[in-house]
Design a binder for this molecule. Sequence first.
Ligand code: IMP
Ligand code: MG
Length: 193
Amino acid sequence: MNAIFPWSAPATPTPITRPVPGETLITAQELQERVAELGAAITRDYAGRDLILVGVLKGVFVFMADLMRAIHLPISVDFLAISQYRPGERGVRLIKDLDHPIAGRHVLLVEDIIDTGLTAAYLVRTLQARRPASLKICVLLDRPHRRLIDLPVAYRGFEIPDAFVVGYGMDYKQQFRNLPYVAVLQGVNGRNT
Ligand code: IMP
Ligand code: MG
């Protein structure tokens, strides 16, 4: 049994009745190293520009906290929140808007995961209508082969396989955001969900 994270899969084989974090996909150290590289690239690319990081709540808040400290420029941050896109529904809805205008500013949209791309595409449309000086995407985890819509990603942390992941801010039913690494969610009966 893991003493720090008692919900991790137990060492002794007991029946699993609800999904739990299984195999570690990206360790805390790998996350820190990659985030430092992304921060260095952003620092280089945006030197001398008025940069605002726009994060998509809630999944992004851990990544955002690390990324902003790896950017060595005067920047500001803002957040928006959305209702999840579900197939068959009309699309994503903004449930919390930005606190500040972005017109004329260089905007970097920061996301936890891009899967189909529908969420990010909606946000790009919404933010582009406000006439920023530029708008690019930075994503921690990308599943490019799942994309339904073409989307240019300027900064990408990792490509990941088609398995549901939790940790480092990302949740399953609001749980497991506080894991300091990224794990594959292990479903009931040991299957990946
Ligand atoms: P998309 O609109 O299909 O690109 O979905 C992106 C959003 O779905 C992300 O911002 C996440 O909130 C959520 N999401 C997609 N895959 C996962 C996952 O494996 N774990 C947790 N959330 C996920
Ligand atoms: Mg999310």
